[in-house]
Design a protein around this ligand. Structure first.
Ligand code: ZN
Length: 177
């Protein structure tokens, strides 16, 4: 799986254009919910099945529709980020995205580009692999909580946000002049 930090940052980048930064920081935790199964050392359990998880999301939507529709956009973003997590996991290993209706799926994408004395060469491959899901409890859950890729993406996201805010302040100052 992409590490938790990557899941969180990608959720934040998706939600930020639609919400205030503080709201986006909070709602991005919805993008980590599928990995609650890791606490039981069963990664990619039914929490990674969209049909099953949508059954749990349905009462949330129903409650919002019945009582206060102003929260609908938060629930819609929450379920989108939840879904995004499961889709990202599809590229990293067998994920029971359609379980119990379909076995676990792994979209195995290989992409390699190299410079050599013969020039530039690219190779790519794409395989859709399936197997019955493994819901057994592991001694170690595969997939890190944090990785160097996650940290790099996190730092880049922070730099972009800081640059954006500085740009906005500068624009305001120019408007005042
Ligand atoms: Zn996951």
């Amino acid at each position: 799986m992409p590490d938790l930090l990557t899941h969180y940052v990608s959720s934040f980048l998706v939600s930020r254009p639609f919400f205030k930064t503080r709201e986006a920081l909070l709602i991005s935790f919805a993008g980590l919910l599928p990995d609650l199964d890791a606490l039981l050392r069963v990664h990619r359990w039914f929490t990674h099945s969209l049909p099953i998880s949508y059954v749990f999301w349905a009462p949330v939507f129903l409650g919002i529709l019945l009582y206060d529709k102003k929260y609908l956009k938060y629930a819609a973003m929450g379920i989108s980020l939840y879904t995004l997590h499961v889709f990202l996991d599809l590229f990293c290993g067998y994920t029971p995205i359609l379980w119990p209706f379909y076995p676990a799926i792994w979209l195995n994408v290989g992409l390699d580009g190299i410079f050599s004395q013969n020039g530039i060469s690219f190779s790519s491959s794409f395989k859709v692999l399936t197997q019955s899901p493994d819901f057994s409890q592991r001694s170690v859950v595969e997939g890190p909580i944090i990785s160097e890729t996650g940290v790099i993406i996190f730092i880049i996201a922070i730099l972009v946000i800081v640059a954006e805010n500085l740009g906005r302040r500068k624009m305001r100052k120019i408007e005042w002049m």
